[in-house]
Design a protein around this ligand. Structure first.
Ligand code: NAP
Length: 539
């Protein structure tokens, strides 16, 4: 047995997950604090969500120079992205490069899924059991399981009887899925579906898209990066990092400090047109009230709906695609490469499953309330049990037998998205209650990991054995998360995964902190400066 089991000395920390957050957390605890740490990872390699999301067209919606670590100048200098938005294989190469660069491999254990984690109160230890039949023990349990890692396959009757092949975008087969010359159905038109559909359409004999909710999308305008730009990123790394820390969504662009009503109708259209031409998530940064003022939002929504109708030639299809029932960017806005144009292909058709729902799947294909669609392959681009799914799947039990499932029966409750009352010495990187999915994630990961690292250093220095989120502080934080969301249009979309609405039976609670990354960072820093106010510290 290579690694410590129950008979050996406990570790200082167990980190669950070898995505960006788990890898950086390993580096800081091991190389800065000199702690004994292991990462446990279910997959065969590093990458987290990027390991599993190998679907055709998978690409990051954050611009590549913002989707990387900035904590080390040498690491920044050692890497070049090739495109404005990196594709999944390139991101996975970056993650492997990070593991090489930081020499992380000896302390990561793969093919090892955590099956349970139990707090052993008398010994002040976490006991973690794995799919390999091992038990690991450590003082700290740090979850680095990602926010979008638990694939949500809809429970459609008859899926088992389907004679063709099917896959979920978020759990894509490692050796791919050959769709050449086949009849393919894609269920779902969120970010994943919108990325996959144009690529699948090029391979398939026929592609049928099953749309429940029409969606906005902005052209990504992906392109190769010039050598000049690659150098510019290295030379201005400090500025880029600073900018991402100051913006609400941790992206490399500022939200314009103007209301949609500060300009004339003609100027507003010109601003939207310029943002459309430039492409990317910046479109929502054109005005500062798009997510707060419904009428301001309507101006952006109408612009995009008009574009869809201009692009899509068949009027019925254009109508279905532009019949969008929620404000722009109130659900996470996708960006695309020729998504709407794809519906002009002869081999692509769109089916409205809002009006004519899927009834069941049989051996030959999908049956809606209107027609039967014979298929060879079904792709579920149906999203994730976001933010809480992967945490709850770990069967975590805290003090006095309290399970995380019970603690969160009415929705996730945490302090700052970092700790849960009743679960001492457990930290949740980008957990529910943090800005997480509303942000470009690498800067938020750096911030959380640095905070946790500083915190553990403080605990050791002060001789504190146990740290736990205070219940009252957590309740207050949950209220602040709700208040921040209610200042925006985001909670108004009742079918949003931000609210857990995509998973049957999941409590409807707005999960991420919508008050902005910069504000959140300030709050976390203040809490630390006040001796970790709101946490119970036990000597
Ligand atoms: P999603 O946004 O949750 O979209 C899921 C789609 O499947 C929606 O169209 C949804 O319809 C539909 N759907 C869900 N359950 C269904 C059912 N039972 N029957 C029929 N349709 C169903 O999932 P996603 O596209 O995977 O994206 C999730 C998040 O992952 C994104 O918002 C983004 O944060 C992240 N992501 C990032 C990238 C990137 O940066 N590269 C790429 C992809 C995803 P309704 O809208 O009606 O629920």
């Amino acid at each position: 047995m290579l690694y410590p089991t129950s008979s050996d000395q406990p570790l200082d920390a167990i980190i669950v997950g070898a995505g960006l957050s788990g890898m950086y957390q390993l580096h800081t605890l091991r190389d800065q604090l000199n702690l004994r740490v292991k990462v446990l990872e279910a997959a065969e390699g590093v990458g987290g969500t990027w390991y599993h999301n190998r679907y055709p067209g998978a690409r990051c919606d954050s611009e590549s120079h913002s989707y990387m670590f900035y904590f080390s100048k040498a690491l920044v200098a050692s890497w070049d992205w090739s495109e404005r938005y990196p594709q999944q294989p390139e991101i996975l190469r970056y993650m492997n490069h990070v593991a090489d660069f930081l020499k992380l491999w000896p302390d990561m254990v793969f093919n090892t899924r955590v099956q349970s984690a139990q707090f052993d109160e008398p010994n002040n230890l976490w006991r973690v059991t794995t799919s390999q039949g091992e038990e690991w023990r450590a003082k700290y349990l740090i979850t680095a399981v990602g926010c979008l890692s638990s694939a949500n396959v809809p429970d459609i009757p008859g899926l088992d009887s389907f004679a063709g092949e099917w896959a979920h975008t978020g759990a894509w087969p490692l050796d791919g899925l050959d769709m050449t010359g086949k009849r393919v159905g894609v269920v779902g038109t969120g970010s994943s579906g919108i990325q996959a559909i144009p690529v699948i359409a090029e391979q398939a004999a026929h592609l049928t898209v099953f749309q429940r909710t029409a969606n906005y999308s902005i052209p990504a305008r992906n392109a190769p990066l010039s050598e000049d730009f690659k150098q510019h990123v290295k030379q201005t790394a400090d500025d880029i990092r600073q900018l991402m820390q100051e913006t609400p969504n941790a992206h490399c662009f500022r939200i314009q400090p103007r209301s949609a009503w500060d300009v004339s109708d003609v100027e507003r259209q010109a601003i939207y047109q310029a943002a459309w031409d430039k492409g990317g998530l910046q479109f929502r940064a054109t005005f500062n009230d798009l997510l707060r003022d419904k009428e301001a939002n309507d101006t952006a929504a109408e612009f995009i709906k008009h574009k869809i109708k201009q692009v899509v030639r068949d009027p019925h299809t254009a109508e279905l695609l532009s019949d969008i029932d929620h404000p722009f960017a109130a659900k996470r806005p996708p960006i695309d490469s020729h998504y709407f144009e794809t519906y002009n292909r002869d081999n692509v058709s769109l089916v409205d499953i809002r009006r004519h729902p899927i009834l069941h799947i049989d051996a030959q294909g999908i049956q809606t309330s209107q027609a039967h669609f014979p298929l060879d392959v079904i792709v579920f681009a149906t999203g994730f049990d976001a933010m809480t799914g992967s945490l709850l799947r770990m069967n975590i039990t805290g003090r006095e037998g309290l399970t995380l499932k019970d603690a969160w029966h009415a929705g996730p409750r945490s302090y700052l998205g970092l700790q849960v009352p009743g679960f001492p010495n457990m930290f949740t990187i980008t957990g529910p209650g943090s800005p997480s999915v509303l942000c470009n994630l690498p800067p938020q990961i750096e911030q959380h990991v640095n905070w946790i690292t500083d915190c553990i250093a403080y605990l050791h220095k002060q001789g504190i054995q146990q740290m736990e989120a205070d219940t009252a502080a957590s309740d207050d934080w949950v209220q602040q998360v709700n208040d921040a969301a209610n200042e925006t249009l985001l909670p108004q979309v009742r079918h949003s995964w931000y609210l857990g609405a995509n998973v049957p039976g999941k409590p409807r609670v707005f999960m991420p902190y919508a008050g902005g990354f910069a504000r959140y960072r300030g709050i976390c820093d203040e809490v630390a400066a006040q001796g970790y106010k709101g946490f119970l510290l036990r000597a």
